[in-house]
Design a protein around this ligand. Structure first.
Ligand code: JAH
Length: 236
């Protein structure tokens, strides 16, 4: 079974939205497991302290190495990758999500405050992963994002539709626009080509729209796409 362990000082926020929808049904059905560990239970003092002032001074607080070390050691005795959700991590990609979903699961450490003692990252082999260039209040919501992206790829969770969609993202373009009935809504109609029944023209229109949207919105993806097209026409 695909296993997630989450280490957090806010255990009550899990499973949160992960309990809804198909991911929640799959969790209830035992297709994956979620083990939530309250970091605070590994504090040893009366006030169950998990943070302290930064060495060298400065604002905020830092999560303590000793508490986190014990929490990780009590949770992660297996082969699963250990990830720290962090705005300075390597960007999470669909390719990485596929790798994680195809493995045994993951141990996710959710930081709070200014961050965690750097020595824990080295000593416990944590890999820092970012879900985007913005700062959250802590790693919990980022962990939920990562879990959601992985769980929908577990065989049998979402059915055949999801894996088909993955292929369209895997070719590096944004999704084409979607429409459904009614044909006219608030004076806006569905593009004629989609009602033509001509599957060749429909596929060509969708492809052109996917390319246009990618070019307009994501110059980074568009440049990578053009590179692949050029490399492909050299070797094939
Ligand atoms: C913020 C600990 N890449 C998104 C992301 C992930 C984690 C955090 N922020 C943004 C974060 C404060 C404390 C983690």
């Amino acid at each position: 079974m695909w296993r997630i362990s989450v280490l957090t000082i806010f255990p009550e926020v899990f499973p949160g939205p992960l309990a809804a929808s198909l991911a929640g049904k799959a969790l209830a059905a035992g297709a994956w497991s979620l083990d939530v560990v309250d970091i605070r239970t590994f504090a040893t003092d009366k006030h169950r302290t998990v943070d302290d002032t930064p060495a060298g001074g400065g604002p905020g607080m830092v999560m303590k190495a000793d508490v986190l070390g014990r929490a990780i050691d009590a949770t992660a005795t297996d082969e699963r990758p250990r990830l720290l959700l962090s705005p300075r991590g390597v960007p999470l990609t669909q390719a990485r999500v596929e790798t994680l979903a195809g493995g045994p699961g993951a141990v996710l450490l959710c930081g709070r405050f200014e961050g965690i003692d750097e020595r824990v990252i080295a000593a416990r082999g944590l890999e820092e992963v970012s879900i985007g260039d913005y700062v959250l209040s802590g790693g919990e919501i980022a962990a939920m994002v990562l879990i959601d992206a992985c769980v929908r790829l577990i065989p049998g969770v979402m059915g055949a539709a999801a894996s088909g969609e993955e292929e369209s993202f895997a070719d590096g373009l944004l999704e084409y626009p979607h429409y459904t009935r009614p044909q006219n809504w608030e004076g806006r109609s569905i593009p004629d080509v989609l009602l033509s029944g001509d599957h060749g023209r429909i596929a060509a229109w969708r492809r052109a729209e996917a390319e246009r949207l990618t070019r307009e919105r994501r110059p980074d993806l568009w440049a990578a796409f053009l590179q692949r097209v050029r490399a492909g026409s050299r070797t094939e």
